[in-house]
Design a protein around this ligand. Sequence first.
Ligand code: COA
Length: 179
Amino acid sequence: MIEVTVEQARLEEVIDLRHTILRPNQPRSSCYYPEDSFKNTTHFAARLDAKIVGSASVYKEKHPDFSLKQSWRIRGMAVLPEYQRQAIGTHLVETCINHAIKMKGDVIWCNARIDAVKFYKQSGFKIIGDEFEISGIGPHFLMAKNLGIHIGQTRFIKIAKKLFSNQRPVTAPQSKIKH
Ligand SMILES: CC(C)(COP(=O)(O)OP(=O)(O)OC[C@H]1O[C@@H](n2cnc3c(N)ncnc32)[C@H](O)[C@@H]1OP(=O)(O)O)[C@@H](O)C(=O)NCCC(=O)NCCS
């Protein structure tokens, strides 16, 4: 197992990884998300010596269908291919979860690519609702984890059920920033 350090990073430090791993066929400018400018946004980088091998960002952001105020979102989760399956992604996702807990979050959610569903499940996220398409990227599932601090499991399940019965496709916020 490789020992990496996961620490806060500047936005500019995570853009290359987002571009290489998540949006290789899109312009670099598409890797700046609107949420990056939110005041509560935090980026994390996994470093091996000076090299950034993984990154993730966490935002205080309500999902359009969640009625919970204290919702946090993970985006930009990426690990360089040669470093994958060595628990670096788990280290990053747990750092984001702990950050949301520290900030008194009720729930943490993400739009998970199909290939990443098992990864998020490993960290306790559940699929909510039907598969949906994000244009130019592919099929996704909304996944969420109850942080279990301010809401009980019963209320969380009630919210999840409401989402299950909601058949309209979830509209994923897209990057509006153009450079
Ligand atoms: C998804 C990603 C961040 C996972 O990072 P990682 O460092 O490889 O993940 P971990 O090593 O911590 O994996 C933890 C567990 O998740 C599951 N998992 C991770 N990647 C998986 C894959 N490709 N297929 C199936 N299960 C996977 C496994 O159960 C794994 O445990 P194991 O290796 O003991 O079997 C990484 O594969 C990646 O960058 N993928 C491309 C970009 C992407 O899809 N990002 C997510 C956008 S929503």
